[in-house]
Design a protein around this ligand. Structure first.
Ligand code: CP
Length: 319
């Protein structure tokens, strides 16, 4: 089966078959990162530019590892020392990069829609690495792969997204992706951080974290994004932790095995307590490991690769 998309801009526009294809393609790619020589020639000769206009640890480094493990040539643009600081526009910058014969652009930008805007104006494949409050599709995919690894399925699971939903592109990609894959999605947090309009998408809105923990299979804990809050949206971080923080005491009181995810970076002691962040319920570093495989799968499929069949498996083995 062929993946017939030129860009990955969000999970809203993907079908369940396309999401399943990316997740299934990521599975054999996981093994490559376990090898002593972590490299296959799948994207040999392809040139990929990573354009991060916002800070990132996991996504930027994970894309770079994915590109290098597939043998692509990669360039990380340091936006702060580029000619953007002299007023060059995003499109002019990208067209100049294309004049140097690149194949793909991975972009993170503070403006929602910046990757889609670019995709309409350049010939290269564009991958959204997080745009404003809109979507973070590879994070949604790696979250789904991690949940599927644990439960063997997504269909029928109850997943809650807890915290700063309103500012979260991770929440939007999770909601689109998980619902398409048959999961029931809920959200919980202070009313100022949870848009009531999510009900129209079929998302259940919880007001009490205790109700979440007594009902759901998975909690995806979101970071409180203080850098995107221009007014006080709740009284204090201490009060947020008291009302919504995920703690061992709360998990024990629920008396159920709830899988805990967090996209990172974490505010320990605010949305998640350290004993949970390092404890037995969480799969936070598995998410990070799966991120490399998911990004390898996305790069491979956008470059025209087919879902791993015999020929691709041979190529992945480097034979
Ligand atoms: N999860 C995530 O996007 O992390 P970074 O901001 O470090 O890339």
């Amino acid at each position: 089966m062929q993946f017939n998309r030129k860009h990955l801009l969000g999970l809203e526009e993907l079908s369940s078959d396309e999401i399943r294809m990316i997740l299934d393609t990521a599975v054999p790619f996981k093994e490559i990162s376990e090898r002593q020589i972590k490299k296959v020639p799948v994207l040999r000769g392809k040139t990929i530019v990573n354009l991060f206009f916002e800070p990132s640890t996991r996504t930027r480094i994970s894309f770079e590892f994915a590109e290098k493990r597939l043998s692509a040539d990669t360039v990380n643009v340091n936006v702060s020392t580029s000619s953007v600081s002299k007023g060059e526009t995003l499109v002019d910058m990208a067209r100049n990069l294309e004049a140097m014969k690149i194949d793909m652009v991975v972009i993170r930008h503070a403006a929602s829609g910046a990757p889609a805007f670019l995709a309409q104006r350049i010939d290269s494949n564009v991958i959204n690495a997080g745009d404003g409050w809109h979507e973070h599709p590879t994070q949604g995919l790696l979250d789904m792969l991690t949940i599927r690894d644990h439960f063997g399925k997504l269909d029928g699971l109850k997943v809650a997204i807890v915290g700063d939903v309103i500012h979260s592109r991770v929440a939007r990609s999770n909601i689109w992706g998980l619902q398409k894959m048959g999961a029931q999605v809920g959200v919980c947090g202070p009313p100022t951080l949870v848009p009531a309009s999510l009900k129209e998408l079929g998302v259940k809105i919880y007001s009490r974290i205790e109700d979440v923990l007594s009902e759901v299979d998975v909690v995806n804990v979101l970071r409180i994004q203080l850098e995107r809050m221009h007014s006080n949206m709740f009284p204090s971080l201490g009060e947020y932790n008291r009302l919504y923080g995920i703690s061992t005491a709360r998990l024990e009181a629920a008396g159920r095995d709830v899988l805990i995810l967090h996209p990172g970076p974490m505010n320990r002691g605010v949305e998640i307590d350290s004993d949970v962040a390092d404890g037995e319920h969480q799969v936070i570093l598995e998410q990070v490991t799966n991120g490399v495989a998911v990004r390898m799968a996305v790069l491979f499929l956008l470059a025209g690769g087919k879902q791993a069949g015999a020929a691709e498996a041979t190529e992945m083995r480097g034979e």
